[in-house]
Every structure is written in structure tokens, then in C-alpha cells.
Design a protein around this ligand. Sequence first.
Ligand SMILES: [Zn+2]
Length: 146
Amino acid sequence: MQVSSELASQTMGKYIISRVLDKKGRTKWMDNYNVHDLSVEAWGVGVWIKQAGIISYKDLADLLKEEAEMKAWQLPVEKVARGYLVKSFQCSDRYFITFTKQTGWQCGCMRYRCWRNRMQEELPQLLNQFNGKVFCHHIVAAYKSL
Ligand SMILES: [Zn+2]
């Protein structure tokens, strides 16, 4: 599978993968390696980690959902005329979130656009675990404010 570095860094970066392994109680690799050593590849059946074996796309998706929930927690949300403004986690930027029946939830942030533009083609297995719906923590925050 060919996953661009942009999408890979946001969905299966070394820290993300190490947290999935940790959550599943798979810590044996830590005896000999640290997180920087991890070598990660997207395979059809799951994400392969040279130092620790395969994790499923479901386990990866669960962690990414949890992380979005955690980052969304306490993000300020402002209802505006045609959507929501959600403050960024790291900086003072605010992102415009919209929802329509036709398009579903959409956000203007880089992460959302990267996932939307690339995931269907590059990591369809992961998108399936999200029921085909791309999201970001801004969207989670807006949704929770309803
Ligand atoms: Zn966003």
C-alpha cells in the first residue's frame, strides 16, 4: 500500500502506534527498542510494526477516536450563522465547522482536509473503521456542543 507521508504522520506516526501497542498491553518491544526505533508500514490486513508485529485497523481507529475526544475536551465552541467556530488546540486560530445532510461534518483544518483528500485512496481500511466518515477534534467539539 502507498500511504503518503502526510497521511501516515497523522494516522500511524510512531507515537500513535506506540500508544496503540501500550493500550493493547503489547510492551515487550520496549525491552529492546524505543519509540524512535519503530518501523511502521501499512499492510492490507493491518499496520505492521517491524519491532512488534501487526495491529488491526480497528485498534488504530479506536485510539484515533479516543485522541480526538481527548483533544476536543474543553475546546471553546461558538455557534455562528452557518456553522461553528472552534478554537485550535495549539494556537489561537479558529476553525469553521459546517454540517449539512449532504456533506456531513466538515472542518477547514489541515488534518481534516488531509484525511478527506487522501484516506479513501490511501488507507480505505482505516476509513471503513470510521464508517466512511472523516473527522477531527474540532468536529468532535462542535458535535458535543449540540
Ligand atoms: Zn478540524
